[in-house]
Each structure stands twice: as C-alpha cells, then as structure tokens.
Design a binder for this molecule. Sequence first.
Ligand code: NAD
Length: 248
Amino acid sequence: MLLQSKVAVITGSATGIGQGIAQLFSEQGAAVLMLDRNEEQNRTTAEKIRASGARALALAVDVRDRASIRRAVERAQNELGPVDILINNAGIFPRQPFLTMTPEQWDEMQDVNVKSIFHTTQAVLPQMVARKSGKIVNISSVTFHLGTGKMPHYVASKGAVIGLTRALSRDFGEYNIHINCVTPGAIRTESEKHFVSADDEREFLAHQSIKRRLEPLDIARACLFLSCELSDGMTGQSLNVDGGWYMH
Ligand code: NAD
C-alpha cells in the first residue's frame, strides 16, 4: 500500500473527483479527513470508507470559512495524527459570460477555488515544516491551458492555482514539502450531467487521444502518485490528465 499510516486532508470529498480520491487513498492505507459543505453526502461517502475498514472523518466545512478549516485540521491532528497530505480539490464551475458577470460571481469563484487553498495550506503547513515532510496536491484544470470560453472567472481561478503551486513549491522545497498540481480534462462526474450534453461528450472524445470518458479514478490515481514517495523528485509541476487532449 502506497499511503500506509498516512493522514490525508481532502476538500470537496463528498462527490466526484474528491470522493474518488478519498476512496482510493483509504484503499491505499491512509486515514482521511474529508471536508465538504455537502454534509449528508460527505457523511455517506465516509461511512462507505469506514465500512471497508479504513479510518475516515467527515466534517461539514465551507472552504471559504478559515476558522472552521482550522478547527477541522486541529481535530484531524488530535484524532487521526499529523497531516501528511493535503488535497485541495473543492471547486465550483458555473458558466458565465464575462460581460454579464457580476463582481459577486467573480468573488465567489476566486474565494472557493483559490482563497480556500490559502486557508487550508496555511492550516497544515506549519506542522509539515516542523516535521520536514509533506505532500500537497492542488486541483487546477486543463481549461487554463486551453483558454476555454464562457467561464473566464473559472479559467482565471485555475491559472491562479498553478501560480500558487509554483510559488509555494519554491518557498517550501527546503523543508522537503512537495507541492504539485493536477489539471484534469473532462471528467465524468454526477455534477457534470447537469451541463454536459451528448454532443459535448462526442466533442470531448473527438479531442481526446484516448477514446473513453475519463472517470474520477483517473484523477485520483494521479493524485496518489503525487502524494506518495513515487513522486519524491517532483515539485511545482502540473500533471495534465485529460486523455491526451492538450499536450505540452
Ligand atoms: P463536484 O461538483 O462533483 O465536486 C465538488 C465538491 O466540492 C462537491 O462535493 C461540493 O460540495 C464541494 N464544494 C464546492 N464548493 C465548496 C465549498 N465552498 N466548501 C466546501 N465544499 C465545496 O466537482 P468535480 O468535478 O469533482 O470537481 C472537483 C475539482 O476538479 C474542482 O476543483 C474542479 O474545478 C476540478 N475539475 C473538474 C473537472 C471535471 O471535468 N469534472 C475538470 C477539471 C477540473
């Protein structure tokens, strides 16, 4: 098992990619602290994980709420142990053309997708620095590379995630803390069904080199690699997992 005895904090763990990460990490031996504002679904996911014999603590947290993140991390440290891994996955992706976008819509996007990483990372980093060990994986998006239209506040937020990843990896590399990023392509999740049509799916597959829809497990596996010793030589990088759509 690649994460035996590790403690991982995962945001946005109730559904989709975050749920897939929590499940895979617990299968690989980690105890998981699951933070999500969707309390009921998060609890259901944690119960499934515990039923398989792993340790999982689900807490209702809005990642914009700095104080409740700090309380949650303290609780994780007391009940599960020091945090080895942080996965910043929680995110929103409403489409909104630029000219009709309100300042409130802009701010909400940056608060959930970027400022939350400031809060969570500040909550876990001091003890990672003290222990000279840590892995942080931030979930960005291939839309930053593609410059996808109709959601400029989202694309800007995901670019900021890459910038923050690079800057923090320079500052904390000397403490043996690895900070990397995953840029998922089009991943088939429950929430995707609300805005992805059959035509969209055909278009995704036309762009991808691999001709199947990607699933949360595909992203969870990349996060696993970046959270275990297999990636010990990497920091500040963005791993693109999109079935061979954008290449760089
Ligand atoms: P999802 O909607 O299935 O899951 C997101 C989770 O985050 C949900 O459980 C939601 O409750 C939680 N969340 C949202 N806002 C929150 C808040 N303020 N506080 C606490 N929890 C909050 O979405 P997903 O597709 O699994 O996306 C996960 C991440 O992957 C996001 O950062 C998203 O931008 C990124 N991503 C997804 C895709 C895709 O195709 N699905 C592609 C690229 C990037």
